[in-house]
Ligand binder design. Structure first.
Ligand code: PSU
Ligand code: MN
Length: 299
């Protein structure tokens, strides 16, 4: 495929049968400020390597999907303005018009699948937004999980979303939601959401076995793994909830919607928690990268 190229390191790892973990890039361009975004991207890649796997950060550069970026590309993307936020609906457009764009969970899953990568680590997935009964704002990430066979490791979903509706939608779409080592679905900054884990597994080998069983049954779509944030990095719900309420009220008051909504809420959360949310965010993405690498190795 001329619209997709592997970095030399990722190509070599896939050829050698070494585990590879895909990483998204919207978190770099639209989820965190510079320079923490680039530092985080480097730390996450290092966490994957420390587990003996090869990281493949995915982005579209001049209309070509890259599976694996070098350090200069990561740094340039972290500082660049004007990268498009690409989901399933935008990938073909970005390629045809030779744009630069970062990939959301949905677009990263598509790229990972086409690149031959089966496991992907991120922070939080998109989901059903609060007020979706009026706005219809439901992330394309959920549909993608239903159709593309990539395992996505996340720390749950942020409570900026409607978590019960997000889980209900995943169930309707037939997406297995497995929580690693807990009976509760994690809520990104908090280990607990008050919602039961739809499924629970305790070891990467068990998660790999689930992925294999689904493939054997020819079931479409991916597996969503919720990995609770490490205890020492957790932020109490009582601290985070007021900031969430404020951020959502601000979005309503200023009329932010559509593609801009999630980046707006993420950036407001950062300011409202005085950077505390970012420190937790970095810790949980690294934690997810380690688990993803172990799942990839077990596959
Ligand atoms: N949630 C987070 N951090 C993120 C995102 C979501 O906690 O960085 C990003 C991911 O790339 C996700 C995208 O796929 O936002 C979802 O955007 P939307 O809600 O517009 O589908
Ligand atoms: Mn949306």
């Amino acid at each position: 495929m001329t619209s997709l190229i592997h970095s030399p390191a990722v190509a070599a790892a896939l050829k050698a049968g070494k585990p590879v973990v895909a990483l998204e890039s919207t978190i770099i361009t639209h989820g965190m400020p510079f320079p923490q975004n680039v530092e985080t991207a480097r730390q996450v890649e290092a966490a994957v390597r420390a587990e003996g796997a090869e990281p493949a950060t995915i982005a579209v550069l001049d209309g070509v999907i890259h599976a694996g970026l070098d350090d200069a590309q990561l740094e340039a993307m972290g500082q660049a303005k004007g990268f498009l936020k690409l989901s399933r609906a935008d990938l073909g457009y970005a390629i045809a018009t030779r744009k630069n764009g970062s990939t959301t969970v949905a677009a990263t899953m598509i790229a990972a699948d086409r690149a031959g990568i089966r496991v992907f680590a991120t922070g939080g997935i998109g989901g059903v937004h609060r007020g979706a009964e009026k706005t219809y704002d439901v992330s394309a990430d959920l549909q993608e999980l239903a159709r593309t066979p990539v395992c996505v490791v996340c720390a749950g979903a942020k409570a900026i979303l409607d978590l019960p509706k997000t889980l209900e939608t995943l169930e309707t779409l037939g997406v297995p939601v497995v929580v690693n080592g807990s009976d509760e679905f994690p809520a990104f900054w908090s280990r607990k959401s008050g919602l039961p884990a739809p499924l629970r597994l305790d070891r990467p080998e068990e998660i790999a076995a689930l992925i294999r069983a689904r493939a054997e049954l020819r079931l479409d779509g991916g597996v969503l793994v919720g990995n609770p944030i490490p205890l020492e990095d957790e932020i109490a719900a009582s601290e985070i909830n007021p900031a969430i309420e404020t951020a959502i009220d601000e979005a309503d008051a200023t009329g932010v919607s559509g593609k801009a909504l999630t980046p707006f809420l993420l950036s407001r959360m950062l300011t409202l928690t005085e950077g505390r949310s970012l420190i937790a965010n970095i810790a949980l993405v690294e934690n997810n990268a380690r688990l993803a690498a172990r799942i990839a190795a077990a596959l």
